[in-house]
Design a protein around this ligand. Structure first.
Ligand code: HEC
Ligand code: HEC
Length: 355
């Protein structure tokens, strides 16, 4: 599947060295994004019953689209998914659940730099499950294209849950509580329906109503002036070329450390990114452009979780992805903008918890 689709790597970005080329490259990036959109819609959303909705109020050409509260969720199915998500019996040592690494009380990720699974320490910072439905590529290296495929990762990974779908199915079959939930939802107990209910739950994990989304929908007062300047800078400096779409990222795979002035990419860690899956030299240190939704809440930053503050993350991005030193004021403004990307906790969680 991955081979047939190919990964969008925006090579044109290498020329992004002076201000003038930023504009040109920016257009290229948007073209590339459009192409990517078409390609993604035939790959990703055919498999989804719930394609992310688009707001009727916002210019469809806006590089960032608001996140909405999904209302076409199959609640009984999502409830099974939620229960499985929190169930440590899905792992080989009965101690690790999805929620161990994706905390639903905080940000859908972990607050520690790298995840700890069945066999102890992993290598990468856990990604949030919130708004994952809006991504076109999954994992830090974008190696799979659907949430269904994504699930095979943690379930089989010896350092995560170290299990298999057949074992999970047998366990679910043995439990009267699960049997009842499946029958309420009108579903057979099959691997497809087990995977499908976790995905249905993930589909509902959107964080709508961020101040910036309200601003996009016409509420001028939803964000302050520093955030407005930050939004301008985010576009003018060229961040938008990579961080765009509903998730302000999540759609492309790019080299971390194009300009290499900082300890990023090669120097930063031994993690070879996408190369680890493809073994193609050009894929060395390629990582998915991180989503910046709720970014103020998802420290520490980058795939290795080695950067603690958002200020530092912005500074590093300026150096490594744009080849320039951002001044302090611009960093503060961009940070103010990024802070307006924090949305509400997914509404389905309140409902499930209070039932
Ligand atoms: C031991 C910790 C751990 C466990 C357990 C775990 N995950 Fe993850 N999860 C991670 C890490 C780390 C990543 C990022 C890995 C990477 O990119 O290589 C991730 C990535 C993801 C992503 C990708 C998000 C994106 O935008 O690409 C989703 C979705 C996800 N996990 C869901 C789940 C589900 C569902 C389960 C339970 C079946 C689960 N995870 C169990 C640590 C964990
Ligand atoms: C050439 C593409 C590109 C450009 C331009 C770019 N970024 Fe990034 N950004 C990335 C990639 C790729 C990552 C993930 C790197 C990793 O962790 O491996 C990332 C990660 C981040 C993160 C960390 C998010 C997290 O949760 O770990 C922040 C914050 C960020 N970018 C902000 C910015 C800002 C602000 C700008 C403009 C000054 C910018 N980026 C410009 C590609 C880009």
């Amino acid at each position: 599947m991955i081979g047939a689709v190919g990964i969008l790597v925006f090579e044109g970005f290498r020329s992004l060295e002076h201000d003038h080329s930023v504009v040109a490259s920016h257009d290229d990036a948007l073209d590339a994004h459009q192409h990517h959109h078409q390609e993604a819609s035939s790959v990703v959303h055919d498999d989804h019953s719930t394609a992310p909705p688009v707001s009727a109020f916002v210019d469809p050409n806006s590089p960032i689209q608001p996140i909405l509260d999904l209302d076409n969720i199959d609640y009984a199915k999502a409830k099974i998914g939620w229960t499985l998500f929190k169930d440590p019996n899905l792992s080989s040592n009965n101690q690790v659940s999805c929620e161990t690494c994706h905390n639903l009380q905080t940000n859908g990720a972990e607050l520690i730099p790298v995840s700890v699974g069945v066999e102890g320490l992993g290598e990468r910072n856990s990604l949030t499950v919130f708004n994952a439905v809006y991504n076109y590529r999954f994992f830090w290296d974008g190696r799979v294209n659907t949430l269904e495929e994504q699930l095979d990762g943690p379930v089989h990974n010896p350092v995560e849950m170290d299990s298999s779908w057949e074992e999970i199915k047998a366990y679910v079959n043995d439990s009267s509580a699960y049997r009842e939930m499946f029958s309420t939802a009108g579903l057979d107990i099959s691997v497809d329906n087990i995977v499908g209910s976790i995905v249905e739950f993930e589909n509902a994990l959107t964080t709508p109503n961020a101040p910036f989304d309200r601003y996009l929908m016409g509420d001028e007062l939803a964000i302050n002036n520093a955030a407005k300047r930050g939004w301008e800078a985010f576009q003018a400096e060229g961040c938008i070329a990579c961080h765009q779409g509903a998730n302000v990222g999540g759609g492309m795979v790019m080299q971390f450390g194009y300009f290499g002035q900082d300890k990023t990419g090669a120097e930063r860690s031994n993690d070879l990114g996408r190369f680890s899956t493809t073994s193609k030299p050009k894929d060395r240190h390629l990582f998915r452009v991180a989503s910046l939704r709720n970014v103020a809440e998802t420290a520490p930053y980058f795939h290795d979780g080695k950067t603690q503050s958002l200020d530092d993350a912005i500074k590093i991005m300026g150096r490594s992805q744009l080849g320039r030193e951002l001044d302090q004021e611009t960093i503060v403004d961009i940070k103010s903008f990024l802070m307006t990307l924090t949305g509400d906790r997914p509404t389905i969680l309140e409902r499930l918890e209070n039932e």
